[in-house]
Structure formats: C-alpha cells, structure tokens
Design a protein around this ligand. Structure first.
Ligand SMILES: [Zn+2]
Length: 502
C-alpha cells in the first residue's frame, strides 16, 4: 500500500521540474481544463480546480519517493513495512485510510505492506479543513481522467491529444476496435487471454519456448559453477535460486483458476455502470486472494501481454504469449533468429534474478533477504559500476546522457542475456552469428520524435533501443568476428575495455 501515481509520473518533478516534466504539466493542464469544460464547469472554476489539484499533488510529492530512489537497491528494505490493520489505524488518525481499506479488513485481511510511511504521515498532516478544496479537486481529476475514455468521442479525443502531447509530439490515435479490445483486455484479462491463445499460440510454441528457457537455465548453472569472482557460499545460494526458478511460458496450464462466470452486469446500465460492477467484483476476488494461501501457479499477468519479466517476490520468470510473435519470436524462424531475439530476452530475465537493484536482494523463495557475503557483493558492485559508468558516458541527445545508475539493472540484464545465448551457441555446429546479432538489432528498431526520446531517456529504466542493440554486441568477440569489425571502426572496443558481469 502506497501513494497513488502522480500526474507528472515522478514525485521528483514537483521538487525540481525538468523540461520533460514541464511539457507533461502543460499537457495535463490543457487536458484537465478541457475535460472540466466538457463536464460543465466554467473557465474560472476550471482554473481554480487545476490550481488546487496541482498544489495538493505538490504537497504530497514532497513526502513521496521519486523514480530515481524507487529504482535504487536501498528502496527494497525501506519500502518493506508490514503492518496490521490496528497499526495502520494508529498511523492514520485523520486521513480515512481504513475506510479505503474496508473491503480488505471486512474480508479478514490483517497484513498490509506500507511502502511509504512518510507519505502516510504527510496525508494525515494534509487532511484538514483548509485543504478540502484541494482534495475535492484531486477527486474530480481522478474521476474525470479515469472515465473520460468511456464517455464520448470528444472526451476520448481530449485524452488522445493529451497522451501525445505529454510525451512530446507523439501520434497516439488508435483505431476504435483496438481501444475496445484494450478495455476488454484490462477488465477480463484472463478471459481475453484464453481467446488470444486459441488464435495465436500453439502448444508447440509453448513447448519450444519452455525448452529454450531450460537451455538458458542450464547455461546459467554451468556459468555459476565456473564463476571465479563469487565465493562458495554465495555461489551455492545462487544455484539454489536457479534450481527453484518458477517458469511461466505462454499461458497457464490450468484455466479454471480464472473464472468470470459469476460476473453479473446491471440491467439497463450504461458502460460506466458495467465497468463499476466489474471492478467491484474484481476487487472482491482480490480480497479473497489476499486471504487465501499463496498459490504459485497463479499467473500475475495476462497471456496477451507483450512483455516478459522476472518477479523477485516469487522467483519466477514470466514469458506471456503476447511476446511470442512479431520480431520477438517467429515460431518458424531459425535457431539463430530465435536465440538472437527471445533467447536473449529469456537470458535477460534470468539475469534479473541476480541483478544489483532487485533480484540479488531476494532469496529462492522470494523473500527479501541478503544471501550475499559482503566480499562478493563488493566484487559484484565493482563489475556493475563499470557497466553504469560506460553507459553514463553516452550522449543520446545534445547534452543528454544515459543515466548509468538508474538503468543499471536493465543494462546488466541485457549483457547477461546475450552472454548466455552466446554460450549456448558454442554448442551448435555452424551457428550463424550474423543472423543472431541482426535478429537482436531488429527487436530494438523504432522511430520516435526527439521529445519522445528525451522523455524515455528520463523515465525508462532501460537504455534507449539503439543502445540495447549496439552496446551489447560491442562487448563480445563473436560480433567482431562475424562482421570483421577492427580497430579504427566506429563500434570497435578494445578487449580490455569490454564489459562483463555474468
Ligand atoms: Zn529487464
């Protein structure tokens, strides 16, 4: 349990605003005022509501954790504060937190993780008579922005225009059919997921990808066993973690865990009534799950999601069906194509299990616990610091560099993923390295405006796509051999300067 998201996405923007933040703020103001006009407020009222809303957010942000700290290793301990309902009630004498949590406490849930105690203290300080207008404005903002996409075309257009302006000059207009799909997919994620899988993913793909995951794990096991900079104790724990890694590929084996048959929509309701009814039902299911035993077979993400991720709290890698298509995976592609795209991503996710700001802080059961000796942690840091420093020296836009520290978890994971697949390639006769590297480059091709690039540089924990392609290949001799890259060429890096972590 923690603060809701800020309109400027990052609490630090309210402490010292950046160009990116200013663009977003301007876009927010235009959007909110237009929605208020659509809802019948006068220009003067709209101006007052925007001001009150932003002033309250600014106050809340002063006691909230910004993105930079949120991505650091220290945050994991700091954000882990288990509390009983009684303890929470005591910490929140004025702000009606317990009213908000009532569905959970009524349902018998008595253990909450408070991620930001300072934020909660601040909410109590702010929840006074003088700030009533601010809280009202905040609620109006949430209600309007949360429902605008479902009202009429005019409101939808306001939101679309805003999304484009907020990241800088981007075209965000989507076909109505896609919007409808996305709404259904968000509300009935696993039901839509089942339909998606029936249309787009075969059992064979699930089997093939699972096999690729198992191959990657085997390479990792061997590399950990042969690792020369980790002590025996840490090494043993790392191997344990690898052996208990939970793997979820494509879709769940048991669909019966996700049942919507008890969902009922109100008679003669409009879309808002329907959505409220669905959300309420989803909430009560969440309460049931919070009370139940932890079920590690349960999927946390819908199969149609185009993403892959490592989940430290249950030591799992998750490769949903949505990423098993396009440039990420071609079921009929060659082994080099598959290893150069999805293969590296699988290796990337496994590496997250051992990365510096997340995976390495959780043990094999997903508990926050330090399983490293101090010495090994220092040796690890020395290697990852080198990666961070290398990226920090890259100028992406005039005067704008990669944030080496903020991106460290991802850049180290990319390196680990590629090194893992290249190790696997050693055992394959006649492996076509050119195709392998080209496959990786294709994954990261994209076109974007300069403003969007600047925006992403600031908020994304990943390095920009072209660097994910280029910097990674530069670290491996196989790349130099495959394309005949030599000293004096633009992408040449001397062997002693090349990065290596795992
Ligand atoms: Zn990642």
């Amino acid at each position: 349990m923690g603060p809701p998201s800020f309109s400027l996405s990052d609490a630090d923007e309210y402490k010292s605003i950046t160009d990116v933040g200013q663009r977003k703020k301007d876009a927010e103001e235009v959007m909110f005022k237009k929605l208020l006009a659509r809802a019948g407020y006068s220009e003067e009222e709209a101006a007052g509501l925007w001001e009150a809303f932003f002033a309250l957010e600014t106050e809340i942000a002063q006691a909230s954790i910004g993105n930079a700290e949120g991505a650091s290793a220290d945050i994991r301990d700091k954000a882990y504060n288990p509390k009983s309902a009684a303890e929470l009630a005591e910490l929140s004498p004025d702000f009606p937190l317990m009213e908000i949590l009532k569905p959970y406490t009524d349902g018998g849930v008595d253990r909450f993780i408070l991620t930001e105690p300072e934020w909660l203290a601040k909410m109590n300080e702010l929840y006074t008579e003088e700030n009533v207008e601010g809280f009202k404005a905040w609620l109006i903002y949430q209600t309007l922005t949360g429902t605008a996409g479902m009202l009429d075309q005019e409101c939808l257009d306001i939101m679309t225009e805003y999304s484009g302006a907020a990241v800088g000059n981007a075209q965000m207009e989507l076909p109505t059919e896609q919007l409808a799909y996305e709404m259904c997919s968000a509300l009935f994620d696993m039901a839509i997921g089942k339909l998606y899988v029936e249309s787009y993913v075969t059992e064979e793909t699930k089997r093939d990808v699972t096999e690729l995951v198992n191959d990657a794990v085997a390479v990792y096991r061997q590399r950990l066993e042969e690792n020369e900079w980790l002590g025996d104790e840490t090494k043993e724990r790392a191997l344990e973690k690898l052996d208990t890694l939970k793997v979820r590929v494509a879709y769940p084996d048991d669909w019966s865990l996700y049942d919507y048959s008890d969902y009922a929509l109100p008679e003669d309701g409009g879309i808002i009534d329907d959505i409220l009814a669905v959300r309420e039902k989803a909430q009560s299911k969440k309460v049931d799950r919070a009370k139940a035993e932890i079920d590690k077979d349960l999927w946390m993400t819908a199969p149609q999601t185009v993403n892959a991720f490592y989940q430290p709290t249950d030591n799992s890698i998750n490769i949903p069906a949505g990423i098993l298509g396009g440039d990420f995976y071609d079921p009929n592609g060659t082994v080099e194509q598959q290893m150069g795209s999805l293969g590296i991503i699988i290796g990337h996710e496994i590496t997250h299990g051992f990365d510096s700001n997340m995976g390495s802080l959780y043990d094999k059961d997903g508990n926050l616990s330090n399983w490293w000796t101090e010495e090994d942690r220092a040796a690890f840091k020395e290697r990852t610091d080198k990666v961070g420093a290398y990226y920090a020296g890259i100028e992406v836009l005039p005067g704008k560099y990669v944030n080496g520290e903020y991106t460290i978890g991802e850049t180290v994971a990319d390196l680990g993923g590629m090194s893992c697949m290249l190790e696997l390639a050693k055992g394959i006769d006649g492996f076509d390295y050119q195709t392998f590297f080209e496959s990786w480059a294709k994954v990261w091709k994209l076109q974007e405006s300069e403003e969007t690039a600047e925006y992403m540089l600031q908020i994304d924990t990943h390095a920009p796509g072209y660097l994910r392609a280029n910097v990674n290949v530069q670290q491996f001799q196989e790349f130099y051999d495959a394309f005949g890259v030599e000293e004096g060429d633009g992408m040449y890096l001397a062997p002693e300067e090349r990065l290596s972590v795992w």
